[in-house]
Write a protein that binds this ligand. Structure first.
Ligand code: CP
Length: 309
């Protein structure tokens, strides 16, 4: 059976092109399963997975839980805000206590970049990074590329612009790694203060003008401004941000082609995207969410297969 080159999913940075192909082919099979009337397979009946979330989440948390249940795994859900973390327990103590209950896999979201990498060196379980600070969000990037592949036939050769707060975005970094690995062309667009200095070293071009960027691209991935990760203002006002970097119907209609609109969520309606764009037929935002379940089933299934070797 084909296998991933990694035992944990800590970031797209650690994957190769074949890993992504394998995840997508496996997700194709699971997508077929979750569209049947009986949406469950018995594949992981002997596996226990803990979802430990130290940061808020709607899509990722529910999507992982559903993916695990569709695979028939036993599932533990842990939310730091209601746990002994509040009494000062360390990350390793928390996870080792959970693992002593014979848990095989940990899905973790954490505010600190590298938290999953740290954990993978200290505990004996397979770790999936569900977002670590402003570092990586690998399953989001996989479901984003999978959704582009579904909509446009392939990712290689496509032109993708990522718009918004690139500096604080784990979605941006993981998407850049994933898209480049598959041969897409990538540009980023946003206020100069929200574009990291190193970005061009990743093979990405900076496009300061949103209209020019939209005229160039096949796909625009609109990101939220991550106010919760900012200790100061990075642009004068939200109104000015929206005027320069927000997407709206009038702007899209003025282009001489139809582009695909994506957003990882949560959306700030009226800031980076207006409702008439987010809810339009050009938007694949809810397809991204739907595909997230199949992608996460594929990742969990492939990593769990390695637990048995
Ligand atoms: N896209 C994403 O990570 O959303 P949540 O924060 O709701 O999980």
């Amino acid at each position: 059976m084909p296998a991933l080159s990694v035992r944990h999913l800590l970031g797209i940075k650690y994957l190769n092109e074949k890993d992504i192909e394998l995840i997508f082919e496996t997700a194709d099979q699971f997508k077929e399963v979750i569209n049947r009337s009986i949406k469950k397979v018995p594949s992981l009946r002997d596996i226990t997975i803990a979802n430990i979330f130290f940061e808020n989440s709607t899509r990722t948390k529910l999507s992982f839980e559903l993916a695990e249940k569709r695979l028939s795994a036993d599932v533990l859900n842990f939310s730091a805000s209601q746990s002994s973390v509040k009494k000062g327990e360390t990350l390793i103590d928390t996870v080792n206590n959970i693992l002593s209950m014979k848990v095989d896999m940990v899905v973790m979201r954490h505010p600190n970049p590298g938290a999953g990498i740290f954990l993978s060196k200290h505990v004996n379980a397979s770790i999936i990074n569900a977002g670590d600070g402003a570092h990586e969000h690998p399953t989001q990037a996989l479901l984003d590329s999978y959704s582009i592949r579904e909509k446009l036939g392939e990712v290689g050769g496509k032109k993708v612009i990522i718009v918004g707060d690139i500096l604080h975005s784990r979605v941006a970094l993981s998407n850049i790694f994933a898209l480049k690995l598959q041969g897409a062309q990538v540009k980023v667009c946003g206020p100069k203060t929200l574009i990291p200095k190193y970005i061009e070293s990743l093979g990405v071009e900076v496009e300061p003008d949103l209209r020019r960027g939209l005229e160039w691209c096949d796909v625009a991935n609109m990101l939220r401004v991550q106010n919760e990760r900012m200790e100061m203002s990075y642009f004068p006002t939200t109104r000015e941000y929206t005027q320069q970097f927000g997407i709206n119907r009038e702007l899209l209609d003025s282009l001489d082609k139809e582009i695909v609109i994506m957003h990882p969520g949560p959306i700030n309606r009226g800031v980076e995207i207006t409702s008439d764009v987010a809810d339009s037929s050009q938007s694949i935002i809810l397809h991204q969410v739907e595909n997230g379940v199949a992608i996460r089933m594929a990742v969990i299934y492939l990593l769990a297969s390695q637990l048995k070797t």
